[in-house]
Design a binder for this molecule. Structure first.
Ligand code: GLN
Length: 494
């Protein structure tokens, strides 16, 4: 098989090929290491680990030869640089952690290792996962492999915060990748890069060893090129972990078995509030086409109401910064990473944090500190918590009527690097369709179902009941087949 055939496979095809001995894990990994070099201008990785990957591939081939090994044995994947990896630098894309080498492994990355997956390296993200563009990384912006037809020179963002993972999977540098999603950071970059991304139910995957942004929202999940591939990844990543008190003691079902292709009789919720007048006609059509595809497959669309969703963005941008200001207090120049000396202890703290954190992180810490301060706590934080409950209740009521909800993933296709940088609020609007799900702790999946007039991928989001990723995957599988999205970024066969 040629190198591009090896990198162009799905995770499932690569798994089958390894089992059939059509190629070795070493060959598979080498072709991906080459692809990473070929696409280095996309800047998707902060740290590449080719030697580690080669060593893991050799071991994988040995296990495969003995007919041993896990369900992802020998399959090369990329790891968002927010997961602590033992002995491998982990930065959260921040200067403050620039040289941090964790002495331990996160549970999710350990689970993937246990399943046999080979790690190619650590992918870039917005600093501390705060952002929607991957432009706030201390290691430079990541570039989306997709191009506008009308302006192929424009460098587009891959979305964020898991932008490096999305670009790596879309550009065939990795078969799959991990992401984390606090308010949309798996789903929006998946939509911008034309791949599938799944944010599981809060508690489905352990947060242990993932650098914290907003602990009540953060959730790890898979990014891959097909619905089946995200099911395979989630299978390995998920599970109860006694080391994370918010990890759910719930059995992990067989996610691949959920892809029955049969959605007859299911009810698909279409929230009327998610159709603001400003939504582009292109996006409205994508959504309507998606509804029709599910209808043709035997499901019934039902209009639902999520009346408090209009407060979700405001609620999220109080809750998330509040938790971030508390979580990021630990970067004080004493325990981790960067230290800038000062004449006093206070001066050392201030100088370290001023030098270590970028603008967006500082903005969030300031907002968070403000909304938690004694005089404003009730006015902002306590009110946001109440709204969060109301937003979750809207979903609960909707799920009495429907089985899944279908919405767009993001309001626009990928934008150019630099767009929205001047205005944080416009940037935050990217999250309008994804944050309500996060606040309610529900699973959400984005999959590509069409191209914009300018040749860029567009995604639809499916939202499910808590811990019902199976129905989500089942419906996504049917939508994937009906939409038959086969376009590739230019230069990769498209
Ligand atoms: N874009 C959102 C934010 O900036 C979501 C980030 C995320 O999910 N990590 O907070």
């Amino acid at each position: 098989m040629s190198p591009t055939q090896l990198t162009g496979m799905t995770l499932r095809q690569a798994r089958d090929g390894l089992l059939k001995k059509s190629f070795s894990a070493v060959e598979l990994v080498e072709s991906h290491i080459d692809a990473i070099a070929t696409h280095s201008q996309l800047n998707a990785f902060i740290t590449e680990t080719p030697d580690l990957a080669r060593a893991q591939a050799v071991k994988a081939d040995e296990r495969l030869a003995r007919q041993e090994g896990g369900p992802l044995e020998g399959l090369p994947i990329a790891m968002k640089d927010l997961f602590c990896t033992e002995g491998v630098r982990t930065t959260a894309a921040s200067r403050i952690l620039g040289n941090f080498v964790p002495p331990y492994e996160s549970t999710v990355s350990a689970n993937l290792k246990q399943a046999g997956a080979v790690m190619l390296g650590k992918t870039s993200l917005d600093e501390f996962a705060m952002g929607s563009s991957n432009t706030t990384s201390a290691f430079g912006a990541v570039i989306n492999p997709w191009k506008r037809r009308s302006d192929p020179e424009a460098r587009l963002v891959p979305g964020g915060s898991s932008g490096g993972s999305a670009a790596a999977v879309a550009a065939r540098m990795a078969l799959a990748a991990t992401g984390t999603d606090t308010g949309g950071s798996i789903r929006q970059p998946a939509a911008f890069c034309g791949i599938v991304g799944l944010k599981p139910t809060y508690g489905r995957c352990s947060r242990w060893g993932i650098i914290a942004f907003a602990s009540s929202l953060d959730q790890a999940g898979p990014m891959a090129r097909t619905v089946e591939d995200v099911a395979m990844m989630l299978q390995a990543m998920a599970g109860h972990d006694p080391k994370d008190s918010t990890s759910a003691p719930i059995a992990v079902p067989d996610f691949s078995a959920a892809l029955t292709g049969d959605i007859r009789g299911l009810k698909i919720g279409v929230p009327k509030e998610y159709r603001p007048s400003g939504l582009s006609s292109e996006m409205v059509k994508l959504w309507d086409d998606g509804i029709d595809m599910l209808k043709d497959a035997g499901a019934t669309p039902v209009e639902i109401s999520l009346p408090h969703s209009k407060y979700a963005l405001a609620t999220y941008y109080i809750v998330a910064p509040a938790e971030c200001s508390s979580n990021l207090a630990r970067y004080d120049g004493v325990r981790y990473g960067l230290r800038v000396e000062g004449k006093t202890l206070d001066e050392m703290y201030a100088k370290t944090r001023a030098a270590g954190f970028g603008t967006e992180v500082r903005r969030r810490i300031m907002i968070g500190t403000y909304v938690l301060s004694a005089g404003y706590y009730d006015a902002y934080y306590a009110k946001a918590q109440k709204l969060r409950s109301l937003i979750a209740r809207d979903f609960q009521q909707a799920f009495e009527l429907v089985d899944v909800i279908l919405t767009p993933t993001a309001p626009t296709p990928a934008f150019a690097i630099g767009d929205n940088d001047e205005d944080p609020v416009t940037m935050w609007l990217n999250d309008i369709f994804t944050v309500p799900t996060s606040l309610a702790g529900l699973p959400g999946l984005s999959l590509p179902t069409g191209l914009s007039a300018d040749g860029l991928p567009l995604g639809l989001q499916l939202i499910g009941r808590p811990f019902d990723e199976e129905t989500l995957l089942r419906v996504a599988g049917v939508l994937e087949k009906a939409a038959a999205f086969t376009a590739l970024p230019p230069g990769l066969g498209g």
